[in-house]
Design a protein around this ligand. Sequence first.
Ligand code: AMP
Ligand code: GLY
Length: 425
Amino acid sequence: MKIMVVGGGGREHAIIKKLLENKSVEKIYCLPGNGGIAADAECVPIGSTDIPAIVDFAAKAGIDYAVVAQDDPLVLGCVDELNKIGVPCFGPNAKAAIIEGSKVFSKNFMKKYGIPTADYEVFTDAAEALKYLETAKIPTVVKADGPALGKGAIVALTREDAYEAVREIMEDKKFGASGDKIVIEEFMTGPEVTVLSFTDGETVIPMVPSTDHKRAHDGDKGLNTGGMGTVAPSPYYTPDVAKKAMETIILPTVKAMKAEGRPFKGCLYFGLMITPEGPKVVEYNCRFGDPETQVVLPLLKSDLLDIMLATTNGGLDKVPVEFSEGAACCVIMASNGYPEKYEKGYEITIPEELKEHVYVAGAKLDSGKLVTSGGRVLGAVAVSDCLENAVAESYSYCEKIHFGNAYYRRDIGKKALDFLKNEVK
Ligand code: AMP
Ligand code: GLY
């Protein structure tokens, strides 16, 4: 089987390494991939949003199955276009990907079906939004409707910050047309859990829960990033919380998407906050999370390709989806300065025995050498019998991996371990 993966980060590297475990996989192409992925797949220099070029490549290369892993091509209808030329895909079509593509859609959808989430108002006019904020409860959260590279949600701790967020998004058009509409929502509190789930539109199977660390610096300080590290399983997702989330969020979402004529096939990402009133949705994504995938897939015991094919063709209820009992930790090694300005072009050295524990994101090949080319450079991932050992091991890997200007948080998993210790007491 010839497979094409669309995307080029650590998530795609984790997907590719897992797919290679299936013996029927003959060849994997990655569009565009990166210098580290090149060790496991043939990278093709086609941008992940250049849909005509992606479709053209799939036809010429005789691709049997495509995994569209990144949000932008999914929202832009990459799956629809590949299906038109007869290439089956892992991932939702544009009609279903709107669950991530539009915050206004997802909030109205949750309200319509009674799925727990923060209370909210939608605005298409900046003056009205500013007026509303005069009496709104603070803190509050201002969100651009459309995609904004993960930066479209602003938690405003003061009224001034909220005004500023509205002005930046709606008047200065910081995120372009994505800010034509905004959502202003209630500020929620509690630990965050990501539940990735496989679904064929009918059956939904949650994967092992994980927790991301979104801020740049230790102690959850600094700017929001794409994610600086993850742990799985997330201890906050207790059996009680899991039961409640399944009954009030996960099953109702999949059922409601079908009822809306938008059956979702692929990986549906539930970003949950475990509030004092129970789990509520912070956001939906229409794809695997990054870096969540880097701790979830290493714990998957079952065959990823078989599961993916079942999400596409139906019959997910008949395919085994099992996770190992252990725990995993991913520490993101980044370029110092990320998510703002940073230097790149430094050579990366990874000891041979650690290569299987590394998923590469922001790196390219330069005269055969792997050099840094992005903010998040790689994920160092350890799987162990318990979270404490997984965290310690992934940090021991980081100490042996070198590149200029390297930076990583020193407290990935710390809060989760403290939570576990308190639970045992
Ligand atoms: P989003 O892009 O919607 O995932 O939001 C990014 C981050 O902002 C989330 O991971 C949360 O940490 C925070 N956030 C978003 N919405 C809320 C909310 N209603 N209350 C508190 N924090 C939020
Ligand atoms: N780690 C957050 C995301 O993938 O959106």
